[in-house]
Design a protein around this ligand. Structure first.
Ligand code: ARG
Length: 263
């Protein structure tokens, strides 16, 4: 008798479990306080402190400037969002296939990418740095002659390196994640890596004076960071309206101070 009862109970529980799974999979709508909130998926590549990264000392949550900015905009629009972490090269295909609704990943709004995705206004401008071991003697692009130079796959830094290699003979090596570039330098397999200024400075600062960096002068390059959306997404306009407001009223500046000026 007891046995039957517990069997009955567990099968009820099991059915309950199944139906709970069913509803959460059926839609991306979530109940919260009685009102329906659409859950958007945000693609990022969380290897990019202080834009998006995991501070392993504090936990496994993805944090950073881009995450705060996404929070600020989606909150105002009444959306919730969840983060989908992937390699940087996967982000544009993920937008195109509808796997994610938008991307904040320190992504530069280039002409090339604009053929495949839509961008918001620019919310941050970056420069590039050649990161090397201290005392490498590499101070400028011309010093990269005959050297092995690392870049992140699919980034504008990879494009830049390929362009530079036309005039300065260097060997380019691509890796999917930024920490791999630093590891290769530390291991002596790369002589240098080209990395965005804020990200590079973080690594240099944490290197115990083992690494150093030299800025690459920028001229005609585009280095504006923006939010990316699938082509024709109605979110572009919605997000951009809020972004423009926040750029104007100083709220984006506050986030910039919070994440970039503590370095
Ligand atoms: N700004 C560069 C680009 O758009 C690099 C961005 C890399 N971002 C990242 N989360 N790893 O190509």
């Amino acid at each position: 008798m007891k046995k039957w009862f517990s069997l009955l109970l567990s099968s009820i529980l099991f059915i309950g479990l199944l139906s709970a799974c069913g509803t959460s999979e059926e839609s991306s709508e979530k109940q919260s306080g009685g009102e329906e909130k659409k859950v958007l998926k945000m693609g990022t590549s969380a290897d990019y402190a202080p834009f998006e990264y995991i501070d392993t000392a504090k936990g496994d949550e993805i944090i950073g400037f881009d995450i705060d900015l996404a929070k600020m905009i989606t909150e105002e629009l009444g959306y919730e969002f969840e983060i989908v972490d992937m390699d940087f090269t996967g982000l544009i295909p993920a937008l195109q296939s509808g796997k994610v609704d938008f991307v904040l990943a320190g992504m530069t709004a280039t002409k090339e990418r604009k053929k495949n995705v839509d961008f918001s206004d620019v919310y941050y401008v970056t420069k590039n740095i050649i990161v090397t071991k201290k005392g490498s003697g590499i101070k400028a692009v011309k010093d990269l002659k005959g050297k092995t130079v690392g870049v992140q796959t699919g980034t504008i830094q990879e494009g830049l390196a390929k362009k530079l290699a036309k005039t300065v003979d260097m060997k380019i090596e691509s890796r999917n994640r930024i920490p791999e570039l630093i590891q290769e330098i530390n291991a002596g397999r790369f002589d240098a890596a080209i990395i965005e200024d804020k990200v590079a400075k973080g690594y240099i600062k944490n290197s115990n004076s083992k690494l150093e960096g030299s800025e690459i002068p920028t001229n005609e390059e585009e280095f504006g960071t923006a939010i990316a959306f699938p082509k024709g997404s109605k979110l572009t306009g919605e997000f951009n309206k809020v972004l423009k407001e926040k750029l104007k009223n100083g709220e984006v500046d506050k986030l910039i101070k919070k994440w970039f000026e503590q370095q």
